[in-house]
Design a protein around this ligand. Structure first.
Ligand code: CFM
Ligand code: HCA
Length: 532
């Protein structure tokens, strides 16, 4: 760690040094230290973070296919969030609605900024309604909307009342609203809960009904999980929000259990559903073979049904044998190699499972925008300092729905808790990382380059912004956001895909053969000339 201090952080001005040092920790799994997270990025530093609008529109609502998502703002915001996240969807038929390939925007102009954009927004909502007659229209605010004071909620309410058969709701998810995408997740959770969840009480008659929260079907991960659940006889009422529909969200409060994959982006919905409807939640992870088996077993444990448990065990046995055969061939090639993972949030934690299975060591990891609980575990939530930025995001006051609340599920939870089953819990990344490995929040580009220089990992995992800079340093970069257009990586089938891709990447010679142009000689020369 002294080396880190000396080599990575010491170039910062004193004030910046003091701030950044609080976000860089040597790990101790036995006693996770306090890390600074979810605070503003220091101006001037190159961060990998995105904006609140991206978290709300792109991440949470983006994967839902039958809502017309209108971006209220300049065209760039809509354009750059159009099909850039690799969420897949499978409409029920060729005729079923699927608006994902469309990019809807009010295309705000200077005159709308000066004279207001609400009229144009209402026109856009009307146009979308006339053309598609969708079940729902969602309106997403970009930065200028908040600055000029357009009321997207009033406009949505007015249009909803006018149509009568189309749910219209807005999001105050202006890009600057929070310090990162994370604020956008929270805003999206709130509005979906307020305007959609609970509208349809229909209960299918299947025995085991769950929601899968925080699974966005990137590269088809959700499809793999759906298939596994189907084989076990478990119905997914709604996924939030991979391959989802508005109808599934409306019906989701009828499930008997919520499973959380990505804790950061969706824990709010789980908490609100528990308060209002009494649905307990469990943390799961379907990234990694062992993690997948463990998560499936948690389901058996929850439903306490012999037949279900037997089915789950049969699936586990069948799949683990296949995975083992593949891993036995690959592991000798990857064992002893090293990695670093820096992604938005959950994946920097979940993917360590797959690297462990490959016998690879994680030297450093961190999140762009997660909160202290994703690092240190949910037990620190009461101690998290609420600052002006977090206060900016609305906390909904949720009350029990007397008619729909399930005391039965809560009694079940209490009985299982007495037997040691842990509900509503997430232990965070730190307890599972090696002692002495590095944990870094909102890593800067500069820090990333220094880390790579110092440790020369066999592979670096991050996103498109880092990819080419890192590869020019001679290190392969695996995108854990888009999967480099590969995947799926979830479940057993996904694990095997990942093992193969990583084996190929860490063992290719190409990276040691290339040299960035600037490494072979200065591309440009300049000298300091003193002007007298
Ligand atoms: Fe959750 Fe995600 Fe992630 Fe995320 Fe994202 Fe993503 Fe991500 Mo990119 S919801 S936090 S806001 S697991 S889009 S599917 S890959 S940064 S680590
Ligand atoms: C986002 C989306 C993103 C970006 C990925 C990347 C994604 O943050 O708005 O930087 O490569 O997964 O698509 O996280």
């Amino acid at each position: 760690y002294e080396k880190i201090d000396e080599y990575m952080l010491d170039k910062y001005p004193k004030k910046v040094y003091r701030k950044r040092a609080k976000s860089v920790l040597p790990n101790d799994p036995a006693e996770p230290g306090e890390i600074q997270a979810n605070v503003r990025t220091i101006p001037g530093i190159i961060t990998q973070r995105g904006c609140t609008y991206a978290g709300c529109k792109g991440v949470i609502l983006g994967p839902t296919r039958d809502i017309v998502n209108i971006t209220h703002g300049p065209i760039g915001c809509g354009f750059y969030s159009w099909l850039t996240r690799r969420n897949q969807t499978r409409p029920e038929s060729d005729k079923a609605e699927n608006f994902i390939p469309y990019c809807f925007s009010t295309d705000m102009q200077d005159s709308n900024i000066v004279f207001g954009g609400e009229a144009k927004l209402k026109e856009a909502i009307q146009e979308a309604y006339d053309m598609f007659h969708p079940k729902a229209i969602a309106v997403f605010s970009t930065c200028p909307v908040g600055l000029i004071g357009d009321d997207v909620h009033a406009a949505s309410k007015e249009m909803k009342a006018k149509f009568g058969d189309c749910n219209v709701f807005g999001f105050s998810c202006e890009g600057y609203k929070g310090v990162s995408q994370s604020a956008g997740h929270h805003i999206a959770n709130n509005q979906i809960f307020k305007h959609v969840v609970g509208l349809d009480d229909t209960r299918s008659d299947s025995k085991f009904r769950v929601n899968l929260l925080g699974e966005y079907n990137i590269g088809g991960d959700g499809f793999v999980i759906d298939e596994l659940f189907e084989r076990c006889g478990i119905e997914i009422v709604s996924t939030f929000s991979g391959n989802s529909t508005i109808g599934a969200f409306e019906n989701s409060h009828t499930a008997d259990l919520n499973l959380i994959m990505c804790h950061r982006s969706i824990n709010y919905v789980a908490d609100m559903m528990e308060k209002k409807y009494g649905i307990p939640w469990l943390k799961v992870n379907f990234i990694g073979t062992e993690a997948t088996s463990k998560s499936l077993r948690r389901l058996g444990e929850y439903f306490e049904d012999e037949e279900l448990i037997a089915k789950i065990e049969a699936v586990i046995v069948e799949e683990e044998v296949k995975v083992k055969a593949e891993l036995d061939l690959i592991k000798p090639n990857t064992k002893g190699k090293t990695t670093m993972l820096f992604v938005g949030a959950s994946r920097a934690h979940h993917y360590q499972e797959l690297f462990n299975e490959l016998g690879m060591e994680t030297l450093a990891a961190g999140y762009e925008f997660a909160h202290r609980d994703d690092y240190e575990g949910r037990r620190v939530i009461p101690n998290i300092k609420v600052d002006a930025d977090s206060r900016n995001i609305e906390e909904l006051h949720i009350e029990k729905d007397e008619a729909k609340y399930s005391q039965k599920l809560q009694d079940k939870k209490a009985a299982l808790e007495a037997k040691g089953v842990e509900f509503s819990d997430y232990d965070g990344i730190m307890v599972e990382m090696e002692k002495g490995s590095l944990v870094i929040d909102d890593i800067s580009h500069y820090e990333m380059e220094k880390l790579i220089d110092m440790y020369k990992p066999s592979i670096f995992c991050a996103g498109i912004k880092e990819k080419f800079a890192v590869q020019k340093m001679g290190i392969p970069l695996k995108q854990l956001h888009s999967y480099d257009y590969g995947g799926p990586y979830a479940g057993y089938k996904g694990a095997v895909n990942f093992y193969k891709d990583i084996d190929r990447m860490v063992n290719t010679k190409v990276w040691s053969l290339i040299k960035a142009p600037w490494a072979t000689g200065a591309a440009m020369n300049a000298s300091f000339v003193k002007v007298s």
